[in-house]
Design a protein around this ligand. Structure first.
Ligand code: F3S
Length: 392
């Protein structure tokens, strides 16, 4: 693998963390057949939740921090395992909270911004088209590649951190033009009315194309919330990191040679059924990926003047929560009996250790992950139906 003089110097750096990071990237580059490194403009650090990384991950981060690791490009942390301020209200144990805070301190020590969110592109870290970045959370990776047109592979926790420290990542996979072409055409015949319909489509397609690059035709309109829902679901049920929506994310392309799939009303209904194992959720969650301000506004309007009889949690970033507070949406949701939580999410908080066994979600990604990762029976439905389930 060709290295520049500066990159060679990093391999010999006096700073052990820089040495270690560059060594790791060279090793990965060799494994993936990269010919060179590419400079990146931002990174996203995953493996923030204590539930996901446990003591070995915490030790890894602390060692890196103690060795003098510091990120050299803007780097944002993914969700943690709890709301960093309201963790007691989530029934998080003191032991878990202490470990989680140690992770946060180690990351802060490396100058990683504790954004604790999977949607940094909604309020701060918005790369440009064709900009190279090293992001790690699968829905954010999908959004960056597909909607923004930036370039990133799906990094693991250590490789994203190494990229953040050196400002480099091996140039392979989705950093290269030759790997950014569609592999399947998906004809969307079903009517997509809301973000959960986009999640159902994503969940169905991800299983069919696995790590392919689907090209959607027939989607007449899709905004940021619909696209983040679609991409997140495909990255969860499959490993899609790049997709195209004709007329929305790209102009028309010649895709006449590609395998074609059709997503009909029947397939849509079937996907809802497949992702639903319970009709009686004890907890309804929104915000996978983290809610935008528009989604929170919609939830608050639906809850205005009503009373939640079970539990209802809305997950978002701290940044969007601040807007929600200011707009009075948080008050409306909390006066109804719900909670607006930040820094964490329905999958990476230790929900399986709480009192819940069944959850309702409007997210195709969460519906795929909650049964295995959080031991929950899921009700997958749209926002209105879920709210009607848990309010008077
Ligand atoms: Fe984000 Fe957590 Fe869902 S990281 S995409 S809210 S599983």
């Amino acid at each position: 693998m060709h290295l520049t003089e500066e990159e060679k110097k990093m391999l010999e750096s006096d700073n052990p963390a820089v040495r270690k990071a560059m060594k790791l990237l060279v090793k990965l580059g060799d494994i993936y057949g990269a010919e060179e490194m590419v400079e990146i403009n931002s990174a996203q650090a995953s493996g923030v939740s204590y539930k996901s990384i446990g003591d070995p991950g915490l030790k890894f981060l602390q060692e890196f921090a103690d060795e003098g690791a510091e990120v050299s490009v803007p780097t944002f942390a993914n969700p943690a395992g709890m709301d960093l301020e309201r963790w007691e209200e989530m029934d998080i144990s003191k032991e878990f909270a202490e470990k989680q805070n140690e992770i946060i301190e180690a990351m802060k020590g490396m100058n990683i911004t504790i954004a604790s969110s999977c949607t940094p592109y909604l309020w701060s870290n918005l790369p440009g088209r064709n900009e190279h970045v090293a992001w790690a959370e699968s829905s954010a990776v999908s959004f960056a590649n597909s909607v923004i047109g930036a370039r990133t592979n799906r990094e693991g926790g250590p490789s994203a951190l190494a990229a953040a420290i050196t400002g480099r990542t091996p140039k392979h996979g989705l950093h290269l033009d030759k790997n950014r072409n569609p592999t399947h055409v998906v004809e969307v015949e079903a009517d997509l009315k809301n973000i959960s319909d986009f999640g159902a489509l994503g969940s169905w397609v991800g299983k069919k194309v696995e790590d392919g690059k689907p090209y959607f035709v027939g989607v007449t309109s899709a905004g940021t919330d619909e696209l983040k829902s679609l991409g997140a679901a495909m990255a969860a049920s499959g490993a899609v990191a790049l997709y195209f929506v004709e007329g929305v994310t790209v102009d028309q392309r010649d895709v006449s040679d590609l395998e074609r799939l059709s997503f009909t009303e029947g397939e849509k209904e079937d996907e809802y059924l497949k992702l639903t194992a319970s009709e009686e959720p004890e907890l309804v969650v929104f915000g996978c990926p983290h809610c935008s301000i528009n989604e929170i506004e919609e939830i608050s309007k639906k809850l205005e003047g009503r009373t939640v009889t079970k539990d209802l949690w809305v997950f978002t970033s701290k940044a969007v929560k601040a807007w929600s507070d200011r707009m009075g949406y948080t008050d409306v949701i909390e006066e109804a009996g719900g909670k607006v939580l930040s820094d964490t999410c329905n999958v990476v908080c230790p929900i399986e250790d709480m009192k819940y066994e069944s959850m309702g979600t409007n997210s195709g990604k969460a519906a795929n992950y909650l049964p295995g990762f959080c031991k929950q029976d899921v009700m997958f439905a749209d926002t209105t139906e879920l709210i009607d389930k848990v309010v008077e």
